[in-house]
Design a protein around this ligand. Structure first.
Ligand code: NAD
Ligand code: LMR
Length: 328
């Protein structure tokens, strides 16, 4: 039995994400949770002729039945940006939403793998960690910030420049998930040696601020939903493959460095001991994170990007963690 619960399932990301997950033969129960509209979304999806059962659950009183026995909980619940906002501006509303959902997971699905999409990811993942610590169920190997959209964008934008198949091109993107904390490692991608430094800087900036491109184009109606659903489904199914025993599954994802058997030593050597969360290439296994891979060799330009990212990332992490630890 594999139950995947989507929290925020009636939303802009939640609906297409649920549609993509409904297509997986590896999911036996797709549980849709939101504060509105999930019975309708569930009824609609349940007519699709794939194996999974689909159920819809609305509001706090139905949270337990939504979450109970979940293998994976994916969370795209919360408000999206409007033009002129940063992801951090969403903290005020989304921090409380994530806290309450994390409490629900701690109580009703303490063994679930939790995949956090809601922004600001750099801070919402530490919120989940601290809630789980308070409930005595913390396992860093099971908590992931979903940064796959940065990877998907990087493959697309770099392929446009170097003329490769974007579905095959892998571009590592590490760090965090907001502006300057997003660190594309183009120097490690074969084919980019033909780009000028100016092109490298332009495409790096485009990857870092790809989210803003969509927010601007959507002109006040939200942020990336369809590309995020694609990325979220890809990451969810990769985690599922790994926990079901597939080997060699590696995805970039934002995790607590404690999840690594060596405490993220390879990352800390580059970013310093006081960075506690980082998105890196992570080898996934039956228990979740099995190993965090080194960021590899960096160009001088990338080293400068790291210097700009680290202070912002640290601030985002402290802000998320202290939202729970400092709460009365
Ligand atoms: P949306 O407003 O369309 O949908 C959000 C859904 O969450 C709504 O259906 C809403 O009812 C629901 N919700 C609100 N509070 C809830 C609660 N307490 N419990 C359950 N559900 C609740 O927004 P969206 O466009 O789907 O974006 C959702 C979040 O994902 C935003 O924070 C956005 O910034 C983030 N996002 C992250 C990435 C990423 O790369 N990680 C990419 C795109 C968007
Ligand atoms: C994205 O990268 O598209 C998301 O984080 C949404 C946003 O606010 O940009």
């Amino acid at each position: 039995m594999v139950k995947v619960t989507v929290c925020g399932a009636a939303g802009g990301i939640g609906q297409p994400l649920s549609l993509l997950l409904k297509q997986s033969a590896n999911i036996t129960h797709l549980s849709l949770f939101d504060i509105v509209n999930t019975p309708g979304v569930a009824a609609d999806l349940s007519h699709i002729n794939t194996v999974s059962k689909v159920t819809g659950h609305v509001g706090n009183e139905q949270m337990e039945e939504a979450l109970k026995d979940s293998t994976i909980v994916v969370i795209p619940a919360g408000v999206p940006r409007k033009p002129g906002m940063t992801r951090d501006d969403l903290f005020k509303i989304n921090a409380g939403i994530i806290r309450d959902l994390a409490v629900g997971v701690a109580k009703h699905a303490p063994k679930a793998f939790v995949l956090v999409i809601s922004n600001p990811v750099n801070s919402t993942v530490p919120i989940v960690t601290e809630v789980f610590k308070k409930h005595g169920i913390y396992d860093p190997k099971r908590i992931f910030g979903v940064t796959t959209l940065d990877i998907v964008r990087a493959s697309t934008f770099v392929s446009e420049l170097i003329g490769t198949d974007p579905a095959q091109l892998k571009v590592p993107v590490v760090g965090g998930h907001s502006g300057v904390t997003i660190l594309p490692l183009l120097s490690q991608v074969s084919g980019t040696e033909k780009l000028s430094q100016e092109q490298v800087e332009q495409v790096t900036n485009r990857i870092q601020f790809g989210g803003d491109e969509v927010v601007k184009a959507k002109a006040g109606t939200g942020s990336a939903t369809l590309s995020m659903a694609f990325a979220g489904a890809r990451f969810t199914l990769a985690v599922l493959d790994a926990i079901q025993g597939k080997t060699g599954v590696v995805e970039c994802t934002y995790v607590n460095l404690e999840s690594d058997p060596e405490g993220g030593k390879a990352i800390k050597q580059v970013v310093g001991d006081d960075v506690t969360y980082f998105s890196a290439q992570v080898e996934l296994g039956k228990d979740g994170v099995s190993k965090i891979l080194s960021v590899g060799k960096l160009s001088d330009y990338e080293k400068k990007l790291f210097e700009a990212a680290v202070p912002e990332l640290k601030g985002n992490i402290v802000k998320g963690a202290s939202f729970i630890t400092d709460a009365k």
